[in-house]
Design a binder for this molecule. Sequence first.
Ligand code: NAP
Length: 342
Amino acid sequence: MGAAVTSRSSRDVRTKRALITGISGQDGSYLAEVLLEKGRDVHGMVRKLGPEFPARLAHLRDRIALHQGDLANASSMEELISRVEPDEIYHLAAETSVSACMEFPEAAWQITGLGPERVFDAVRKHAPGARIFHASSSEVFGEPKETPQSETTPFHPRNDYGRAKAYAHRMAHHYRERHRLFIGVGILFNHESPRRGARFLTRKVSHSVAKIALGQDRELHLGDLHARRDWGYAGDFARAMPLILEADAPEDFVIGTGMAHSVEDFVRAAFNHVGLDWHDYVVIDRELMRPQESGIVQADPSKAKTVLDWEPSISFEELAAMMVEAEMTSLRGGRSAQSNVA
Ligand code: NAP
């Protein structure tokens, strides 16, 4: 596993060095691919450096360098930034599950709320010329004050994850204004892929549909089918991140598809892909119902389209089909180009 770093003076001045926190996560793996394609020297921070490469990065093992670091520890962040000397930092690492944040609010606050501040401060001290991408979330809008949500929609977070992300977002503005750091913020709406963590709803659905299609299961138990979200493809979102750092000025950008779909829509699309009627397999389980926290979450991505020329390339139906297809390949014991499923 590579962790060697050449000094800034000895490396090719044209090769930009990018450091990704959360590189082992869903977005980190797609972003690493995007940045390698752009010719970046890609480095990533992982909590534990072991003999095994993280599953989502196995296909990139000879092309990226990994370093140990923990967001909970300010000195770890300082040591990492001063050693790697990045030109760009993509700050993706966080506790990303809303329910895990509800269960362990203090830990979530330490990582998702205060973690970004540790990154910004380490950059201020050790790499003030570097550009930072910060991954914010549509959960800052919580119960939205307006629909669709844009860069000017007021924050109204409704859960611990949203509150932590709102604080980090404000810290990004503070470091941008007070310390003149270039911090571009992506207000990311939901995005999924075959590499989404197994605990998330779309993975639960795609995994279960694939098992049913292969005759390995008979039912899919779900809670509320009416919740609506703006769901995009993670690979498209990763494409937006470097564009945000290539912009003339550090700004906020809503990244989403602009279309809201219900859980039922996703379930229908996934079953349609394998030629089955979802009504025959879905069991509504009241125990799985969560209190509704948010209103209609729907992005207004017009600024990203105008300023960054960014648009999603994968439709909602294509996303559901891609996820089911990858699960079927994996259940049959194979690997798809989209796999590395955790
Ligand atoms: P993910 O798959 O859950 O990945 C999270 C990453 O954070 C993992 O690499 C994880 O490392 C790392 N991490 C967690 N705690 C850490 C710590 N204490 N120190 C260092 N690393 C730590 O999340 P994702 O879907 O790629 O999301 C990327 C970013 O976008 C996150 O900031 C998320 O909040 C934001 N976002 C995502 C969505 C979405 O729909 N996916 C929507 C809005 C915003 P391990 O592998 O060691 O666990």
